[in-house]
Unconditional design. Sequence first.
Length: 277
Amino acid sequence: MMEKITSYKGFKQDMTCSDFQYKEGESYEEPSAKACEREFHACEYPLDCLGYYSPNESVYHVVEQSGEISRHSDDTKVASTKIKIGAEINIAGLVKAAIEYTMKRVNPEAKADERQGASSATGYYGASSATGNYGASSATGDYGASSATGDYGASSATGYKGASSATGYKGASSATGDYGASSATGNCGASSATGYKGASSAGDPESVAVAWGYHGKAKGVLGAYLVLADWEGDEDDYWHQNLWQLKGAKMVRVDGEIIKPDTYYTMKNGEVVEAEE
C-alpha cells in the first residue's frame, strides 16, 4: 500500500536502531517492508515508542514514512520502504503529540463512555471525563478537571490550576496551565506538566512523568521515569514562557535508592533534588 504518514521513532542515544546508523535530516530506502521483519519501523501513536525504546537510554524523532507500508497488528508500529528522519522530540512533546493523535480520531457521534468518545468542559471549575477506549477529555477553564480512564485515552487541562488524569493503558495526560497537576497511572502511560510550578506524577512502573515547566516537579512509583527541566528567568515575570531559557534537562528512574518512590523531585542548578510537596 502506497501512502505517506507522520510517525515517531526511537533510537539509541547514538542514533542507531538495530545496528543501523541514522542521521537527522537524511532519507533512507529499502526494496520492501514487512512489520517486525525489516528496518524502517516507527509508531503512529507516539507513546508506543516507549515500549520499544526505554526513555532513560533513548532519543526520539518525528519521521516521515512513505512508499510501501506494512502495519503491525498489536499496536501502531509501522514498517515502510522509505523513511525521512525529522527533528528530535522530547518526552513532553511525545505526550502532547499523543493527545493530539487521539483528539484527531474522536468520533463526534460517540458518547463519552464509548470508544473514541469525547468530553469537553470549557467553563471555570468545569469537569470533563471520557471513559471509553481511545476517548478524549479536555478541560480548558481555570480550575478545570479532566479525566480519561480508557486505554489509549487522552486527557488535557489547560487552565490555571487545572487537573488532568489518564488511568488507562498507554494513556496520555497533560496539564499546561500554571500550577497544573497531571497524573498517569496506567501501564506505559505518560504525564506532562508544562506550566509554572506544575506537578506531574507517574503511577505505574513503566510510566513516565514529565515536569517541563519553570519550577516544575515530578514523582513516580518504583520503576517509573521522571523527566525534569531546569529553567532560567525572571521569577516576577514567570508567565512569559517565551522569555524562559532552558539550562538543561535530565531523565532519571525511580530506583528506590537515589530517587525515592512517591517523592517529588525538581531540577536546580543542573542537579535533581527533592522538591517541596
